[in-house]
Design a protein around this ligand. Sequence first.
Ligand SMILES: Nc1ncnc2c1ncn2[C@@H]1O[C@H](COP(=O)(O)OP(=O)(O)O)[C@@H](O)[C@H]1O
Ligand SMILES: [Mg+2]
Length: 271
Amino acid sequence: MVELSVVRLEYSNVTMRFAQSGRGTLTAVRDVSFAVHDGEVVSLIGPSGCGKSTLLNIGSGLTAPSAGIALVDGERVEGANAHVAFMLQKDLLLPWRTVAENVMLGVEIQRLPLAERKKRAEKLLASFNLAEFSAHYPHQLSGGMRQRIALARTLAVDPHVLLLDEPFSAVDAQTRMVLQRDLAQTLSKARKTALLITHDLLEAVTLSDRVLVMSARPGTIIDEIAIDLPHRDDPFARRHDPKVNDYAARLMDRLEISRVAIESQAAEGAA
Ligand SMILES: Nc1ncnc2c1ncn2[C@@H]1O[C@H](COP(=O)(O)OP(=O)(O)O)[C@@H](O)[C@H]1O
Ligand SMILES: [Mg+2]
């Protein structure tokens, strides 16, 4: 458990409506309020289309909310924020840049001196076991390796807050576990604050201090479950803890996954 202190990221009564061409508006999220404290890892789960990505976009400044505000370090988010880093399911690496050049992309924008940049790149690449690939190009590497590079790039800017939108959902199960461990270790060591979207309940339980559950659209927070387990820096250790399955089962109940599955089977049967 992380000792709660400073609020790093906050959503206050955030509502998001999208204009639908000729069909009025769609309320994607409604009246969402929560806070993520310094060093805390919070996962956000909820049915597809309930507005999880929309919330992350709002936190990153990519999208302005229709009502309410998002705050980072107590300041209203308006446009891109140097203290927030974003990572998506797609790695979005630049194919014409080497691994090292990709990792340092965000840092270039920060205008650090070249020597400082190189030093930081080397350190990061080493800590992610990427040193020997630094001169490779993305197409020479596996999907898992590319996501690892994307993670290193996200951390290279030394952000206060990481926003992670299903970062590992496109990689195979074994690679995913290794990436989860890398993320967990890095977040703990650097005491970073993170908001993680995932549809993998075990991922949510093994990586987080707290899990927020959203309803179907218009998405709103319907529950919050504190994960009171040791080893937040070691998802492999957590996976061996039988309590992990109890937490995952509780989340499944809150999401009403079994009911939804039965209903969709019934609908298929009727069709
Ligand atoms: N830019 C947009 N314009 C119109 N509708 C959008 C836009 N972005 C998202 N939506 C809609 O808002 C809802 C929530 O989307 P999203 O945040 O991507 O959900 P999730 O990430 O939980 O699957 C969906 O119905 C989606 O179609
Ligand atoms: Mg999404």
